[in-house]
Design a protein around this ligand. Structure first.
Ligand SMILES: [Ca+2]
Ligand SMILES: [Ca+2]
Length: 492
């Protein structure tokens, strides 16, 4: 009976592992046999703290926006006696190497650190002294949402090293610095790290020396759940009404302002689970408008931003009309310079926004006082109740806005009508359809790469998902024509 039970358990576990294998993919980066004693784990001194940050590039990852990382594994070659508890943090980044200037041994230039101590801890692992030649896996408690950029993985111990020991990991040489490691000394106060630790001010042993143009990096296996949703572009609005109040308004020189627009699910060619990668607006009239803006998004089942019937142009102080708060997630921050007319302006999101199948509210507001009072007109569509704008007048206390601003106390005026139209928009979901060379923008360079690919030239990087521009499941000459017509309509 026990044998049968064991056999049944084995079969069930096998089935479970098969099902699991179908849901996840693994990418392995690095195939070298160099040994590294500092990354991803090192125990320098008993009672000391250690950490490291390592960069992996999007072309190495080969992953898609919306993929979710669920585990990281490193190949341990040898461990003498090290052990302890370690946390893993991950961020998306556009950096392509860790440092630009050499750092010396024990240098305390903590500005080279990229991952704040306060950022999300995705998983942890406890290490006992273990055998040689094994893979050490960090299972992530919280999946990491990949945005399509490079990533930095930060691993540091969560309590002082309990014992001194050496750990060697299989690594690969790099022709630029992709990894840095640091430690603080054994006699430093240890409680500061665990609670309220400031990673930018608590070093006295500093970094291992590093050269910007060389180094090595631990081999890694990254396990992730692929985003099975195809790249797509969803357009909303076909009107040619000009709007000077949304999505960007610089109403008064030296003032703060913001806009919110609601887009309804029946207008969105999106499906639940799509990951928004970027949004674009069509600027139709030139201005000297510019500045720095934050973009916030929310899923909602509301259908209007204002449900009254007095949609006049009057201003009021009913601040409850503003749905998003300053403390809500910022999905994009963009610096807009004065630009030419006729362009689609793209806001690439720095973290994925998952569409839940209902309506979407987009909030765009400046993070600093308006740099000009010139207006900028956007292609828009007539409506009632779908867009509002607000501003804080000249002479208002402006300091509260940038650091502690709460939308409920900030604006002094809300315009409910926003000229009775909403800005046309393009949603890029699950990647950037048309971004064939994977550089984050869609331009003539993508046409060149696509044609080269069709002519048989191996051009890297080549994003085959983004290259099926007409979304018919194959990549051929019709994707070139579709891409060209898209660029023509894009005003580029
Ligand atoms: Ca591109
Ligand atoms: Ca195609």
């Amino acid at each position: 009976m026990k044998k049968l039970f064991t056999f049944t358990t084995f079969v069930l576990m096998s089935l479970a592992s098969i099902a699991f294998a179908q849901e996840t993919k693994t990418v392995e980066i690095g195939n070298g046999t160099v040994y590294n004693e500092a990354v991803p784990i090192h125990n320098w001194w008993q009672r000391s703290y250690t950490g490291n940050e390592t960069l992996y590039l999007k072309e190495e990852l080969g992953m898609q926006p919306g993929d979710k990382i669920t585990a990281l594994s490193y190949h341990c070659i040898y461990n003498s006696a090290a052990g302890g508890n370690y946390n893993v943090r991950i961020i998306n980044t556009t950096l392509t190497r860790m440092i630009d200037e050499p750092i010396e041994d024990h240098e305390e230039d903590t500005s080279v650190l990229q991952v704040p101590y306060e950022s999300t801890i995705y998983g942890s692992v406890h290490l006992d002294p273990y055998s040689a030649d094994c893979w050490i896996t960090f299972e992530l408690d919280t999946p990491f949402e990949y945005t399509g950029d490079n990533i930095i993985i930060d691993i540091r111990n969560s309590e002082p090293c309990t014992r001194r020991g050496w750990v060697y990991f299989a690594s690969t040489d790099c022709d630029q610095c992709m990894s840095i490691a640091w430690r603080n000394a054994a006699d430093e106060a240890v409680t500061g790290f665990v609670e309220g630790y400031d990673p930018y001010g608590n070093y006295d042993s500093g970094f291992y020396g590093a050269n910007p143009d060389e180094g090595n990096r631990a081999n890694i296996r990254i396990t992730y759940i692929p985003n099975e949703h195809k790249p797509k572009i969803a357009n909303v609005g076909d009107g040619n009404v000009p709007s000077e109040t949304a999505p960007i308004v610089n109403w008064h020189l030296g003032s703060y302002q913001g806009t919110e627009t609601i887009y309804l699910k029946e207008d969105l060619a999106l499906e639940k689970g799509d990951t928004i990668s970027a949004i674009s607006y069509h600027c139709i009239s030139r201005s000297a408008n510019g500045g720095n803006f934050n973009v916030r998004l929310m899923n909602t089942d509301e259908i209007k931003l204002y449900d009254g019937d007095d949609w006049g142009d009057e201003q009021n102080t009913d601040l409850s009309l503003i749905r998003l708060n300053y403390n809500d997630t910022v999905y994009a921050n963009v610096q807009l310079n004065p630009y030419s007319a006729g362009n689609w302006i793209t806001f690439k999101l720095s973290k994925p926004f998952i569409y839940e199948g209902e309506n979407i509210i987009i909030d765009i507001r400046n993070t600093e006082t308006g740099q000009s009072s010139y207006l900028c007109e956007f292609s828009s569509t007539s409506c009632v109740g779908r867009s509002i704008c607000w501003w804080k007048a000249n002479g208002e206390d402006v300091t509260g806005f940038t650091s502690t601003y709460n939308a409920g106390i900030g604006p002094t005026s809300v315009s409910r009508s926003s000229n009775r139209c909403y800005p046309n928009i393009r949603f890029f979901a699950n990647g950037m359809l048309g971004d064939v060379n994977n550089d984050g923008i869609i331009n003539i360079g993508d046409v060149t790469v696509l044609i080269s690919h069709l002519l048989g030239s191996a051009v890297e990087p080549f994003n085959s998902r983004n290259a099926d521009v007409d979304s018919n499941g194959s990549i051929n000459i019709s994707d070139v024509t579709t891409l060209i017509s898209f660029l023509m309509s894009n005003g580029n």
